[in-house]
Each structure stands twice: as structure tokens, then as C-alpha cells.
Design a protein around this ligand. Structure first.
Ligand code: NAD
Length: 428
């Protein structure tokens, strides 16, 4: 049996495939197969009982050819350097495909944030910055929240950096609270971005959005706003959403004969994206098993929960009437699942194009911080729509020109843009 690849080996294999199609020379491959630089450091934190705990921290800057590195910081007990490297490389491609002037980075700390008190969390955040402040900044590398980190933590980190610099530098972190230099429209950005790409795919396929239906997996940040956007921006009907039930320790699908009301469901959903089952049942929702969303007779499937959901086993269950799969989540489709989608000719909007609305709005946050002038929510959403629409068509044109699958086309667009920047800068 083939040895399972770690995430970084997978990311490298995906890059190699695009490099082959683009015919990239060895020197360029050597530069892009590995991060440009990475930092490994120890962070001592005094706990509330007076002891010192030492945590392992990382920051990987994969490429800054197109601009400062950009990417979140994860606080997770299973964090590894290879996960951080892979995520940093994917950020390079995501920023390039969205055509925002940023490169790719990612950071992490090996820690279970739930094991820390709020005071200890703040000390860990400040400790991370104390180790990294010489190598981050609005013109160098701009971190953001990710798994296990929050807008409040970004505010502490920005404050620490500002103290060390001796001047106010809000643009060093994005994903800050709106009252502390964050951008309006960030909450809905990823889900709405998904819907803008779905709208363009419908135009391309000649579908009338108001007559289309969707099944969505997940009901966290991305899925909630994808559901709201599908109904309110496109006029379509969402037949179901799903979520993991923390009490029962298993996921369920929630459907409604008249289509779900995402605003109502949002009002009975907790901060972890878990719907209150009793309240949903009382409102006439039908509760089905975890993967029921994938069997639905709908036009659009939006996996927006976790990775590895569309697999060799589940992909054959996709209904014959499904025309579009929009990957709201990162990596929801395995290699085998991808082969099924490809062979059935379903139109795919690949993850790092489909969910680029989040990082695009983080870029807008940095722009507003630089200007020290803040846009209205409507302006943010309108600019996001423009960016996502142009990004979608860049990938579609590539797919049509080279007669390749949309996922391969997205890689080709992204890698080509990064390589062009490297050549223009005289690096290769
Ligand atoms: P979240 O934690 O807010 O929500 C996740 C949702 O998925 C929850 O409703 C949870 O109950 C549900 N879920 C978990 N396991 C499930 C299962 N087996 N079946 C059905 N539902 C399940 O997360 P999020 O921020 O919405 O992110 C979702 C995905 O989108 C992740 O892959 C994330 O990396 C990606 N993403 C998020 C953003 C962003 O801005 N939030 C940006 C880009 C990509």
C-alpha cells in the first residue's frame, strides 16, 4: 500500500503537477517547493499558579514574491511544522488566485487553547509576538486568526507589536475586532464570496439562480453566510444544512420541506455552529443522518464544514441533477472524490478560489488600516464581489483555454502569477 503523505508532501505533489503542465524550470521549482523561510521558537508563559510552561511556536513564510506573507496562526495540540508549511504554501496560491498583492504564510503554537485561562492565553499571544516581531509587519508578514485563535487574540498581539515598535501599527494583524481596526463585512465575507462564485458559475452554465436549489454541509461561519447569500442574494432555495451535534457527538442534516430559513437557524445556533435540535424540530425541521445532504436532488452542493467529506465512498451518492460543487471548506474533496466529480462532468469551484473571500477582506482590512479610513459594510461587500467575480473568470478562462479541470486551472493561474512576479523581480 502507498505510504500516506503528510499535508506538506501533498501540497508539494500538487505544486509539482502544475509545474509540469507549466513546464517550469528546475530553479523555480526548487524555490517554490519549499518555504522561503521558517521560524521555530520556544515561548515561556508564566501560568496563573506561578509556574512556567514552555510552548513550541512556528511561523512559515512560503513566498513573498507578490507581497508580504499572509496567513493565520493556529493554536492546536496536534500542530506540526509540516501542517504549517502546507497551509503556508496554500495561502500563496489562494492570494495569487484572488489577485491580492500578498504572499503566503502560516503560524502555529502546539497548545490546546481550552487548557489555558484568559490571562494565560493573553501571555501566550504576547509571547508569540515577542519572538517574532522583528520578522512580521504590514510590509513583511501579516498574521490573522485561524483554528484556536480569535479576534481578541489579534488585538492583544497587535497591542504587543505596537508597544515594541513604539508606534501604533494596526495593520500588522488582520481579523481584529471591528472596534479595534477590524473591517466591517469580515464575518460574512467567506460565505458571500462562495455565493458570488456560485452566481458566476450559474451564468456560465445558463442556470436561473432563483430556480436553483442547494444543499449545504456545515452551519458555522462559512455555511451560515453561504446559506443566507444563496437565499437572499441569489433568490434560490436551500433545502438543507448540517452540523455536528456536540451533545450527541455526531453530525445531523437539517432540512425543511419549504427550504430552510438560514436567519432563523442562525438564531438557534451556538458559537460552535451547533443548531439547537429541539428548537429546530419544534419549527418543523426534519432531522436526517450526517451525510443526507450529499444525496439531495439539488443543483448546487456546498461542502462548508471540514476536509475529506467527498470521498471514493460518498462521491457516488451525489445526485445526478447536481450541476455545481462549490468548495466552501478547505480540502473537502479527497483525490478519489475528485476523480468521481471530474468523470461525471460536474462543474467544480475549487476551495482556494471559492473560499478566498475571507483573505480578500483581510486584505481590505490592511488597506483600511494603512489609510486610517474605514469603509461602510456595503462598500466592503461590493469590492469583495468585484474581486471574487474577476478571480472566478480568471480561472474559468484558464480552464477553457487549456481544457483542464477547474482545480487544475486554479493552480495554473496561481503558480503562473507567482512565477511572473519572481521573474519580474529578477529572482529567477
Ligand atoms: P466553523 O467552526 O465556524 O463551522 C464548522 C461547521 O461544520 C459547524 O457547524 C460544525 O458543526 C460543522 N461540522 C463539523 N463536522 C461536521 C460533520 N462531520 N458534518 C457536518 N457538519 C460538521 O468553521 P468555518 O469558519 O465555517 O470553516 C469551515 C471550513 O471553511 C473550514 O474548512 C475552514 O478551514 C474553511 N474556511 C473558513 C474561512 C473563514 O473565514 N471562516 C475562510 C476560508 C476557509
Amino acid at each position: 500500500m502507498a505510504e500516506e503523505k503528510n499535508p506538506f508532501q501533498t501540497a508539494q505533489a500538487q505544486f509539482d503537477k502544475s509545474a509540469d503542465i507549466l513546464g517550469l524550470p528546475e530553479d523555480i521549482r526548487e524555490m517554490l517547493r519549499w518555504p522561503m523561510r521558517e521560524f521555530h521558537f520556544r515561548i515561556p508563559v508564566r501560568t496563573e499558579d506561578g509556574a512556567i510552561k514552555v510552548f513550541q511556536g512556528f511561523r512559515v513564510q512560503h513566498s513573498d514574491a507578490r507581497g508580504p506573507s499572509k496567513g493565520g496562526i493556529r493554536f492546536h495540540p496536534n500542530e506540526t511544522i509540516d501542517t504549517v508549511r502546507a497551509l503556508a504554501m496554500w495561502m500563496t496560491w489562494k492570494c495569487a488566485v484572488a489577485d491580492i498583492p500578498l504572499g503566503g504564510g502560516k503560524g502555529g503554537v502546539i497548545v490546546n487553547p481550552a487548557s489555558l485561562t484568559p490571562v494565560e492565553k493573553e501571555r501566550l499571544c504576547r509571547g508569540w509576538v515577542d519572538q517574532m516581531w522583528h520578522n512580521i509587519g504590514p510590509r513583511m508578514d501579516v498574521p490573522a486568526p485561524d483554528v484556536g485563535t480569535t479576534p481578541q487574540m489579534m488585538a492583544w498581539m497587535m497591542d504587543e507589536y505596537t508597544k515594541l515598535q513604539g508606534q501604533y501599527v494596526p495593520g500588522v494583524f488582520t481579523g481584529k475586532p471591528v472596534d479595534m481596526g477590524g473591517s466591517l463585512g469580515r464575518t460574512e465575507a467567506t460565505g458571500f464570496g462562495v455565493i458570488f462564485t456560485v452566481r458566476e458559475a450559474m451564468k456560465h452554465l445558463g442556470l436561473n439562480p432563483s430556480q436553483c436549489t442547494a444543499a449545504i454541509q456545515g452551519f458555522g461561519n462559512v455555511a451560515q453566510y453561504a446559506a443566507i447569500g444563496f437565499r437572499d442574494l441569489l433568490g434560490g432555495k436551500v433545502v438543507c444544512v448540517s452540523c455536528y451535534d456536540l451533545a450527541d457527538r455526531c453530525p445531523y442534516t437539517y432540512s425543511h420541506p419549504d427550504g430552510v430559513d438560514p436567519r432563523f437557524l442562525q438564531s438557534i445556533t451556538d458559537q460552535y455552529g451547533t443548531i439547537d435540535r429541539a428548537k429546530a424540530e419544534a419549527a418543523g425541521y426534519v432531522i436526517e443522518d450526517a451525510m443526507a445532504w450529499i444525496d439531495k436532488d439539488v443543483d448546487v452542493l456546498i461542502p462548508a464544514a471540514l476536509e475529506d467529506m467527498i470521498t471514493a465512498e460518498t462521491a457516488p451518492r451525489i445526485h445526478k441533477n447536481v450541476k455545481i460543487i462549490a468548495e466552501g471548506a478547505n480540502g473537502p474533496t479527497t483525490l478519489e472524490g475528485d476523480e468521481v466529480i471530474k468523470s461525471r462532468g460536474i462543474f467544480l469551484i475549487p476551495d482556494f478560489l471559492c473560499n478566498a473571500g475571507g483573505v480578500t477582506t483581510s486584505y481590505f482590512e490592511g488597506v483600511q488600516n494603512d489609510m486610517n479610513y474605514y469603509w461602510a459594510r456595503e462598500e466592503v461587500v461590493e469590492r469583495l464581489d468585484q474581486k471574487m467575480t474577476v478571480a472566478f473568470h480568471g480561472v474559468l478562462d484558464m480552464a477553457q483555454q487549456h481544457k483542464v479541470y477547474m482545480r487544475d486551472a486554479a493552480y495554473l493561474v496561481a503558480v503562473d502569477r507567482v512565477v511572473r512576479a519572481m521573474r519580474l523581480r529578477g529572482w529567477v
